[in-house]
Design a protein. Sequence first.
Length: 329
Amino acid sequence: MTDEHSSDVAGTTPPYTVRRSRQQMVLDVRQDLTKSPKQLSPKYFYDERGSELFEEITQLPEYYLTRAERSLLEQQIAEIIAAVRPCSLVELGAGSATKTRLIIEAMRASGCAECYIPIDVSKDFLEATGLQLKIDYPDMKITPVVSDITEPFMLPALSSPTLVAFLGSTIGNFDRPAAAKFLGEVRRILQPDDSLLLGTDLEKPIPQLLAAYDDPLGVTAAFNLNLLARINRELDADFVLEQFEHIARFNPEARSVEMRLRSRQEQTVTIPRAEMTVSFVAGETIWTESSHKYSAKEISQIAKETGFFCKAQWIDQEWPFAENLFVAK
């Protein structure tokens, strides 16, 4: 078994890179595919191909989250930056940092943009993003950090105050107890009066929700199936992608949209690097992701429970979506 090491990434110094062991992926896959029902962690969506597919998803007309959040940021970011005056910006799950540029531009206009720390699990994708940002903002320190934000992570020394951005309703990928735990961890690395800009998708009609996770072009299906393709590439598995189908459904009890991969037939898959064989009956599913939806009122309560207070909230009314400004107590 070989280790997958992260090399220095565009402005990153060794203490802030992480070693992403393929052995951890082996352990996760071995554990998750022996559960009942079977599952795979969504953190493995985001290899280079997965990150590219997700960027395509954000451009789809059915995927309202990106449009709604971008609209809110365009309207409110100057007010947000004026309220918190951050010197440092940290983005969790940065991806291509497309919306983040709105925040950086507002910080620069206010004369308070010293550094930007994008954090993402996809090394290659983050490297490309970091290189482009260094070209576009040569007077700003850009320090990418390759890390899995679902695990404890550290930040380099930052100039205060700090604004952490957790955009795109990624918080919805955690169930409610896990979301509270995660926000508590974010609070732990912040100083009093540092801030968190949190995007949260709100409850809305079920057909509207499902369309965003099962588009007619099949981009979301390709994104979901890429999880199996990645296991094939990295663990020498023999998943036949055509023998699985993407499905999305709403779970009313959890108030979440669930994505799964359903076996079209009875089949057996071998994963040599995990030293395992996995059998499926026809119709059996692998859970890959849940996206939890919130009411606007419960967000303030979550802030209180995790060491923040919700200073402001802006809601897109066309595609109900909330941008929330939390301040560390």
